[in-house]
Each structure stands twice: as C-alpha cells, then as structure tokens.
Design a protein around this ligand. Structure first.
Ligand code: SIN
Length: 177
C-alpha cells in the first residue's frame, strides 16, 4: 500500500494543519461516525500529567462526520504514512472507510481513529467539564483551546453543523485573565 496513492480523511487537526504533500483536497463526509472530544492528548495539546482533549470518531449509525479528504501521491505515500503514524501515536489506529465527497463521489480513504479503551482514552464527560479541561491544557503543539477554535472555524468554513464542537466552543471560558 505504501507505494500506491491513497486518500486520507481528516476530521480534526488534519483539516487545518495537514502538514503533508497532497495532489487534491476535497470536502467530504463520513457516514456512520460522529466526532467527539473523548481522546486524551498527552503529546500535542496536553502533557502526561495534564492531558488535553482532542477528537476521535465514534460509530453512530444515524450520524455523519464532515471533514476533508486529501489525495496523497504515490511518491510521497510511504513517508506520509510514517509521519502520520508518528503524529497520531497517542492511541490512534488506521482504518479504511467509505466517504462521500461534497460533489457526491464515493471514495475509499484511510482514517486515524482512537478506539474506546485505548491507553489515552478519556471518554465522555459533561460538556462544561470537557470545555474547562480544554481551556486549561497546553502541550508541545500549542494550546488545547486553539485546537478547538481552529476546528470550529474550519467546520464553519465547510458549512458543517457539528453540535458537539460548536457547543464546546461556546462553553470555553474567556481567554482574558
Ligand atoms: C484527524 O485530524 O483526522 C485525527 C485527529 C487529530 O489529529 O486531530
């Protein structure tokens, strides 16, 4: 597979910060999954003793997750996969899924999903508690607040109606101290 071109679906930081070479970028939706801030981040948006929260996908037949699909060319495939495996090492695993692009085309794509029970799993919590944790957490990649705000901005640009993300954004306490 590493020598073939492939499609990658980004639904979190990969929407606004892909940091990878691609030959095409298209808005897409993933039916049957919903995005949740249920995964701990000890390496990017938090620290081992003060984890942040980042998104993963939960199977949910009636839902869909909006994001962006990138076509990774063959000559970059192996390097991109190695880079993604490193970037998503805090509990995420590769899966293959079927997407629909905004123009109605079907695509098979790779996604990184952090499954319930993985070593960095935090799981559900009241939205206010999740927002408070996000407001506090900082890591080597920056603040957890920035991760949530950039995701919300990207989803608005895509025209997505992700209630979970927008509710958390609205619950973020003021940045001023
Ligand atoms: C993704 O963006 O597709 C995975 C989750 C993340 O890295 O934020």
């Amino acid at each position: 597979m590493a020598s073939d071109p492939f499609w990658l679906f980004g639904y979190g930081s990969l929407i606004w910060k892909p940091d990878l070479p691609y030959s095409d970028r298209v808005p897409a939706r993933l039916p049957g999954w919903s995005r949740r801030f249920w995964q701990g981040s000890h390496d990017h948006r938090g620290l081992p003793d003060a984890p942040g929260r980042v998104v993963t996908l939960i199977e949910s037949a009636q839902d869909r997750c909006d994001g962006v699909a990138y076509r990774v060319p063959a000559d970059a495939a192996a390097t991109v996969l190695a880079g993604l495996d490193h970037r998503e090492k805090n509990g995420y695993e590769r899966h293959r899924v079927k997407l629909e692009t905004s123009s109605g085309e079907a695509l098979e794509a790779l996604i990184y999903v952090a499954a319930p029970g993985n070593f960095a799993w935090l799981g559900p919590a009241p939205l206010a508690a999740i927002a408070a944790q996000i407001a506090r957490a900082q890591g080597p990649s920056g603040s957890n607040r920035e991760y949530l705000q950039r995701l919300a901005e990207s989803l608005r640009t895509l025209g997505s109606d992700d209630d979970h993300v927008f509710a958390l954004e609205a619950l973020l306490p003021s940045d001023k101290t």
